[in-house]
Structure formats: C-alpha cells, structure tokens
Design a protein around this ligand. Structure first.
Ligand SMILES: Nc1nc2c(ncn2[C@@H]2O[C@H](COP(=O)(O)OP(=O)(O)OP(=O)(O)O)[C@@H](O)[C@H]2O)c(=O)[nH]1
Ligand SMILES: [Mg+2]
Length: 208
C-alpha cells in the first residue's frame, strides 16, 4: 500500500502548469486529450486541492478572498491527463456582469469539452449545498458528463455533521443515477482524503 501511494505521489509530483485561458476558444489543441476539472462555488477550495494533490503549494493560486481564479487554468500530468482549475460560481460580491461572464464560462466549458471525462464538484462541508450547486448538477447531467462530489474543508466540521451532509447529498444524488459516481471527503489543510481524489484522477488518466 505504501508503495502504491508513493507511485501515485510521484505521478502527481510531475504536474506542470500548461496555460491560463480567458475563453474556451483560446484553449489550444493539447497533445494530451483526456481532461478532468474542479468546479464549485467561490472559495470552496478548488485551487487548494490542486496544490494538495500535486504537493506543490505554488502551482495554483489560492486566496482567502473569494473570486481569486478568474480564468481556465490547465495543469498537465505526465502527458496523460489535464487537470483544470476553473473560476468559482455563486460569489455575490463581484459585479453581476462578471458573475454572469464567469458562470457562462464554466457552463460552456462543461458543455463543449468533448474529452472532459470527469467533473469534480466541490462543496464546502460546513456550507453544504446551495441552489447554484444544483444548477451545476443539472447542467453536468444534461451534458452527459460523469461527476463526483468532493466535500472540502472537513477539518472544520465534526464527524457527525459530515455524515449528515453525506446523507442529504446521497439522497439528492438519486436524481442523477446515470452520471453521479461518488462522494469524496477532503481537507487540503490536513491532507485527509487527498489520496482518494488522487487515485480517482489516476484511474481516469489510464482510461482509453
Ligand atoms: N481549513 C481549510 N481551509 C481551506 C481548505 N481548502 C482551502 N481552504 C482555504 O479556503 C480559501 C479558498 O481556497 P481556494 O483554493 O483559493 O478556493 P477556490 O475555490 O479556488 O476559490 P476561487 O478561485 O475564488 O473560486 C483559502 O483561504 C484556503 O486556504 C481546507 O481543506 N481546509
Ligand atoms: Mg481558485
């Protein structure tokens, strides 16, 4: 087991930044075709989880202030898979125009990326599900993409509370029987659950 985890860490340690794009049209044709992405409300920990899975705190830019990531950021792992960090949705403090622009960008990304194999939807364990998350589940479902949920920042919540969140999410996921795969539990602070997300991405990278 320790060896398996070591080789997983080695795989992720070779992640490189592959570009930042303001629009879908600007994304080049990469040699690496397979991709997966992290989406979620602003400040949920999308950029942080990229740094945690790659064990490189300088890779993705994180911030205490919501609305940090405003472009589409590509990270390439061993020419096998691209992992994509997207802007957050549902952040009320930026202008309505920018909110709509970012939301359009996320939506068109999910709809149009043919080789997008898996969408990880991040939900802050303490905050739970919001209507903007449900809009995203509907969009992913409509776009016929496989997805998982990652409950983030579990270091901030008691175990029982996390179990409650899990149960209500599982009940909601009955609406998405074809595309929902599973729930992950993670903390970028303590590294809990990060190995499970790594293994999942590794598996996706090996799919033909
Ligand atoms: N306690 C705790 N804090 C976290 C965790 N993950 C992220 N944070 C903090 O949450 C804040 C937001 O993290 P980001 O990774 O920038 O969030 P994001 O989803 O990329 O945010 P946007 O790019 O603005 O949409 C930062 O202050 C992080 O340090 C976690 O697992 N536990
Ligand atoms: Mg970010």
């Amino acid at each position: 087991m320790a060896n398996a985890n070591q080789s997983i860490n080695k795989f992720f340690a070779s992640t490189i930044f592959a570009g930042s794009f303001q629009s879908i049209e600007n994304i080049p044709e990469f040699d690496t075709q397979i991709e997966c992405c992290f989406i979620g409300r602003s400040n949920v920990g999308k950029s942080s989880i990229i740094n945690s899975i790659t064990k490189n705190n300088k890779l993705a830019k994180t911030s205490k202030t919501p609305g940090r990531t405003q472009s589409i950021n590509y990270f390439n792992i061993k020419k096998k898979i691209n992992v994509v960090d997207l802007p957050g949705y549902g952040y009320a403090k930026i202008s309505k125009v920018l909110q709509n622009q970012l939301s359009e960008l996320i939506q068109s990304f999910i709809k149009s990326r043919i080789n997008l194999k898996h969408v990880f939807v991040l939900i802050d364990a303490k905050v739970g599900i919001k209507s903007s998350d449900i809009d995203m589940f509907d969009l992913i479902n409509y776009s016929e993409k496989q997805f998982s949920i990652v409950l983030t920042k579990i270091d901030k919540c008691p175990k029982l509370f996390i179990e409650k969140q899990q149960n209500s999410l599982l009940s909601l996921m009955k609406n998405y029987p074809n595309y929902f795969s599973k729930i992950f539990f993670s903390s970028s602070k303590t590294n809990q659950g990060i190995i499970d997300v790594q293994k999942s991405i590794y598996r996706i990278s090996q799919e033909l």
